[in-house]
Write a protein that binds this ligand. Structure first.
Ligand code: FES
Length: 87
């Protein structure tokens, strides 16, 4: 089981799955869920290599590194990822 944490709260996520519902539970807002609006921007504090590689939609949004991600586009591979809201 993988996990996402924010501000001391941790939500477990199945390995290889989307992080949308965990992030919603942690209070990250979503809108389009399609990599377009940027509402779900997160900063990755720890464990960025445990997330899927940034995809074309994230690159089109102007994100090139692994520290700022669109939560609607990420899958977690395994392990722990610590985030904070990108806004
Ligand atoms: S919810 Fe719109 S980019 Fe993620």
């Amino acid at each position: 089981m993988a996990s996402i944490s924010l501000g001391g709260k941790k939500v477990e996520v199945k390995d290889g799955s989307s992080i949308i519902s965990a992030c919603e539970e942690l209070g990250i807002p979503f809108s389009c869920k399609d990599g377009v609006c940027g509402t779900c921007l997160i900063k990755v504090i720890k464990g960025e290599d445990n997330l899927s590689e940034p995809n074309d939609k994230e690159e089109a949004f102007g994100l090139s590194g692994k520290k700022e991600r669109l939560a609607c586009q990420c899958k977690i591979k395994k392990g722990e990822v610590e985030i904070e809201s990108g806004y």
